[in-house]
Write a protein that binds this ligand. Structure first.
Ligand code: KG4
Ligand code: ZN
Length: 350
């Protein structure tokens, strides 16, 4: 059995986790969310500085919870991207240093693979094929996933513009606090989801079936707020916006399952915590005979356990480790869970 250390620093969470044989043994998380609140979004330099301070304490916490010593670590997995450049670099550099000092393999991990793999820690191995809908603050993706350690991941579609941050931006328009997702979720409970017929973006027959776009919806909310006279029915606007997002996300995810004859849908990312997105996904999956797997909220958002989960799959599949001069991957589609792009190499993903 190999104790795999996972490190995640692609955005504003400093996550460290320890996984062995598909079991999460311990993890720890620090977030710089409060420090970004007054800017209404994540400031990369602030996030990177907090990662620097938090990484060692989080490592110690995670090891303490797992009940193992640093020397017991048998492999290190670190997010190699995509994410905020300065933030990714901190965790990747730490991962390289730990791997080098321990003399153990390093696995550079694609952040999106982590979001899909985390489900394994709660529900066991993934089926042979599944569709993963990842709706996070900075990314929205629809993936066709097979064996994460061996098969390439098929990127079905991403967002053309905003992702989960649309919740943060709409919350700002409505005078609600940051992060906006939980605030909208809360006030929407008292609102009518059918009060305002907001657009369902990219759902006409001519649109790419798996692509998302939320900036038009956000603008529609802004126009509605501008035009409104008298006290704004915030709960109705929040509920109607949330309904448009939930409808669009679940429609496309279900279509992807149907089109690819897949009977399992993974729903992950911070927005998977949204009560209406979850409820509608459950309802539509049940009606279509599709099994829905949603990790618990703390594992849906960025964390170290998800990267350790990928590392554990790679170790158990005997995957080739990444070179120690691995460079960060700051864009591009997910092709494989393991990232092996060396600074000096030809620049291909493997
Ligand atoms: O997965 P995550 O930590 O972000 C990235 O990986 O980028 O998710 C953060 C996002 C934020 O935009 C936040 O507003 C949203 O998830 N969020 C929610 C809820 N809880 C968090 N959105 C809608 N409803 C929620 N209950
Ligand atoms: Zn993420």
């Amino acid at each position: 059995m190999t104790f795999v250390l996972g490190i995640e620093t692609s955005c504003d969470e400093t996550g460290v986790g320890v996984v062995a044989d598909g079991v999460l043994l311990g993890d720890a998380l620090a977030t710089s969310m409060d420090e970004h609140a007054r800017f209404g979004g994540v400031v990369p330099e602030i996030a990177a500085r907090v990662h620097l301070h938090a990484i060692t304490p989080m490592l110690e916490h995670a090891l303490g919870k797992a009940g193992i010593a640093f020397a017991d670590i048998g492999a290190v997995a670190a997010t190699a991207g995509p994410g905020l450049a300065t933030a990714v670099q901190v965790g990747l550099a730490a991962g390289k240093a730990y791997a080098l000092s321990l003399g153990v393999p390093l696995h550079g991990v694609h952040h999106l693979a982590g979001h899909a793999a985390v489900d394994v820690l709660e529900y066991g191995p993934l089926p042979a094929r599944c569709v993963a809908l990842i709706v996070a603050g900075g990314h929205t993706n629809l993936l066709l996933v097979g064996d994460l350690a061996r098969d390439p991941v098929v990127h079905l579609g991403d967002t053309a513009d905003d992702a989960g941050e649309a919740f943060d931006k709409v919350a700002r328009l409505l005078g609600l606090p940051y992060p906006g997702g939980p605030a909208i979720d809360r006030v929407a409970r008292d609102g009518d989801p059918n009060a305002i017929d907001f657009p369902r973006p990219m759902t006409s027959p001519h649109d790419p079936p798996y692509r998302f776009s939320f900036s038009g919806l956000k603008t529609a909310v802004a126009r509605h707020v501008e035009r409104h006279t008298g006290p704004l029915p915030v709960a109705d606007v929040a509920a109607s916006f949330q309904e448009a997002v939930a409808d669009t996300l679940t429609r496309k995810a279900l279509a992807a399952c149907r089109d690819h004859q897949v009977d399992t849908l993974l729903l992950v990312g911070g927005v998977a915590a949204n009560s209406r997105v979850r409820a509608l996904a459950e309802q539509r999956c049940a009606a279509a005979g599709i099994r829905l797997r949603v990790p618990s909220p703390r594992l849906c958002t960025d964390n170290g356990a998800m990267i350790a989960a990928v590392g554990d799959l790679l170790v158990r599949a005997d995957s080739t480790p990444s070179p120690l001069d691995l460079s960060a991957v700051l864009g591009g589609a997910l092709l494989h869970a393991s990232v092996s792009q060396s600074v000096t190499g030809s620049g291909t993903f493997e």
